[in-house]
Design a protein around this ligand. Structure first.
Ligand code: COA
Length: 329
């Protein structure tokens, strides 16, 4: 038993924010942002919730897959910016779309969340426990960004992407690789809610200084980690699948920074055109970036039956992973 991708979808908030818009907020410029990152614009929520964007992307993926809501029996949403601790984004999407048969849960794994969710759904479908899964990547990172911090606020955007999976007699999701290094978590951190309860009166000073929930990052350390783990993840997933780099039609990387992608392409001697990027008009949308890119490629007609694709991600945790996909549609 195997798993294949039946359809894709994506959704964006309405508000477009250009580099020039950001230059009115902080001391930056279009020249600095495009040359250091490749990003020109991103889309920022002015009211769209993570659950709303997730449901929009999922509805489009269901339509593309020609699958009825009643056929979906599993929903996994990758996010670090859910609307609530509970109910999850997945349960909210279930409510919006009438996915009444589905078991729904969210998965947190930084920007690698979509790869880990795809791998988890693949394993659960292959096991025979589920037959049709929705895997969603969704973020409203704009609520976790410090809009006074020019080193981070120029990087991120909001959005959602989704895929519909089904069991299959032919391999679509060929194999996955993954890894984590919790000892380096401080390199990219979003603090949670500080502990506060009536029995902590004697420590009130400590809780008052508890850190805010905003993205804190050592950009250069993340950059080096990203280049290293993207290269090793691509090499490992290609080797594990029994194919060679020449067999790969496209690599769909986490859309963080053009210079990271160029550096990986250069080190691996892979033509830059094989790396699909849409970060110039999306920014870094964390868990949503890979499924949004996949949907853009699908709708542009770039994906042909039999093509081999590598999806590769990295992010907070630290975490990393890659999936080898044989496009079967
Ligand atoms: N506009 C103008 N100047 C800026 C700026 C901005 N938006 N952000 C930072 N700078 C300044 C810095 O203050 C610094 O100034 P200084 O030399 O006077 O101290 C200078 O630019 C260089 O900063 P530095 O951090 O060395 O730049 P960089 O070349 O490493 O680029 C990143 C910064 C964040 C773009 C880059 O490190 C990066 O992309 N890292 C990976 C981040 C990432 O992908 N995170 C998400 C992972 S999921």
């Amino acid at each position: 038993m195997y798993t294949k991708i039946l359809g894709t979808g994506s959704a964006l908030p309405k508000q477009r924010v250009t580099n020039e818009d950001l230059a009115m907020l902080v001391d930056t410029s279009n020249e600095w942002i495009t040359s250091r990152t490749g990003i020109s614009e991103r889309w920022i929520s002015t009211g769209e919730s993570a659950s709303y964007l997730a449901a929009e992307a999922a509805a489009k993926a269901l339509a593309d897959a020609d699958v009825e809501p009643s056929q979906i029996d599993l929903v996994i949403s990758a996010t670090v910016s859910p609307d609530n601790f509970t109910p999850t984004v997945s349960c909210e999407a279930q409510k919006a779309l009438g996915l009444s048969r589905a078991t729904c849960f969210d998965l947190w794994a930084g920007c690698t969340g979509f790869i880990f969710s795809l791998m988890t759904a693949d394993a659960l479908v292959k096991s025979g426990l589920f037959s049709h899964a929705l895997v969603i990547g969704v973020e409203v990172l704009s609520k976790l960004v410090d809009w006074q911090d020019r080193s981070t606020c120029v990087l991120f955007g909001d959005g959602a992407g989704a895929v519909v999976l089904s069991s299959s007699s032919q391999p679509g999701l060929v194999t996955h690789v993954s890894g984590s290094d919790g000892t380096r978590g401080d390199v990219l951190k979003i603090a949670g809610i500080p502990l506060a309860n009536p029995w902590m009166a004697q420590h009130v000073g400590e809780s008052e200084t508890g850190s805010q929930s905003v993205i804190c990052m050592n950009g250069q350390e993340v950059f080096k980690f990203a280049v290293k783990t993207m290269e090793s993840s691509i090499r490992r997933v290609v080797e594990l699948s029994g194919s060679s780099l020449h067999d790969i039609s496209y690599i769909i990387p986490h859309q963080a920074n053009n210079r990271i992608i160029e550096s990986v392409a250069g080190r691996m001697k892979i033509p830059r055109e094989k790396f699909f990027t849409n970060l110039d008009h999306r920014g870094n949308t964390s868990s949503a970036s890979i499924p949004m890119a996949l949907d853009e490629m699908n709708r542009a007609g770039l994906l042909l039956p039999g093509m081999h694709l590598v999806l590769v991600g990295f992010g907070g945790g630290l975490t990393w992973g890659a999936s080898m996909v044989r496009w079967t549609r």
